[in-house]
Design a protein around this ligand. Sequence first.
Ligand SMILES: [Ca+2]
Ligand SMILES: [Ca+2]
Ligand SMILES: [Ca+2]
Ligand SMILES: [Ca+2]
Length: 423
Amino acid sequence: MSGFVLRTVFEKTKVIGVVLILIMLCTGVASAERVGQQKEAIAQDFVIQLNPLSTVYMTDADSLAQSLVGSGVTISDAQFTGAGNCAGTFAGGDGIIGITQGVIISSGDIANVIGPNTLDDITADFNQPGDPELDALIPGFPTHDACILEFDFVPAAGIIQFNYVFTSDEYNEYVDSEYNDVFGFFVDGQNIALIPGTTIPVAINNVNNGNPFGVGTPSHPEFYVNNDLDDGGPFLDTEMDGLTTVFAATAQMTPNVKHHMKLAIADAGDELYDSNVFIEGSSLVSGSSLVPTSATNTVGQTHTLTATFIFDTGEPLSGQEVTFTITAGPNAGLTGTAVTNEFGVATWSYSSSSPGTDTIIATWDEPVDQPDQVAQTHLETNNAFKTWVAGSNIPEFPSVVLPATFIIGLLGAVFLIKRTKEQ
Ligand SMILES: [Ca+2]
Ligand SMILES: [Ca+2]
Ligand SMILES: [Ca+2]
Ligand SMILES: [Ca+2]
């Protein structure tokens, strides 16, 4: 690395530092007044990922609902309520929010989730009404700008589940305030978007690390991921200042009967500062499932699949050996086994040395020598798909920096020896 390159890096660092300070000053003033800002197209050198988040607006209720549905669930009579920019699909969530692709609904503009994080107060104000069912989840905090997808569905088994992440720019400065943005997944009128092991709805004031961050009164911080500019961030390539870990929503159902699902999110207190919920594509399943349903990685990396085995009664298959099989693709014929835990969950990992798309399924057959006294003797999941792509030629960090550091060190040593000899 030459002196010129080093100087350029230092100059760039200085410029970034000045930009950072200006942004911090501007956002500090804005948040004090609670006005909210629209994102501007300014190039920033924050955390940026090669394969970033992307969004596509979509308000067609049937298309949105179909994007959510996986195996064992059929839907009908889908309806959408909200502003044109509050719903759609997303992709590129790997390594950022923890869900690769799916459906997103927002109390603002879904495109505002795209990184880098440059504002403390990203806002789209649609001047839309709130929702009475969301109001009821957080008594005392009237809601605004509600975005709602609802549909009827028939589950094949006695349980449904799906995966989601809640994110917001209300974090961290409006934790424990009246701006307590909220969302709900109402199944037959009952909210199933709850903090694991509780009956508490997921909302800003219920999942956080306190205000001030790390000092105030944290609420379920074990499920909170900080990305706030004022609290050490950004760490992730999304505009959102804070997010939850990946949650699974589950509900016991009467199988083969029509039920109603309503997915809703809204601002609380005012229409400002966006909140969003990301729901994994094809993850609304009934019975046994295999996730992620689709994913793309570079050849040589490791891919982990999670299978959940549920009987039609809603009971999990626990402590049983299940089989993962690649039925088509470059790794067709490869199999593996794992034992389910008390929740019926088993994981399996593999890697590929060739590009292409694998089709994977997980199955369980009741062992002949140890009958389980259940009516069903065979369970199988949906198919999952894994695409392997050829590796890029971009050298990784150490392979560039370490030789460069070594050469600089060597040149320095030669220079010192020369100077010492000359004296
Ligand atoms: Ca809004
Ligand atoms: Ca932000
Ligand atoms: Ca914020
Ligand atoms: Ca808000």
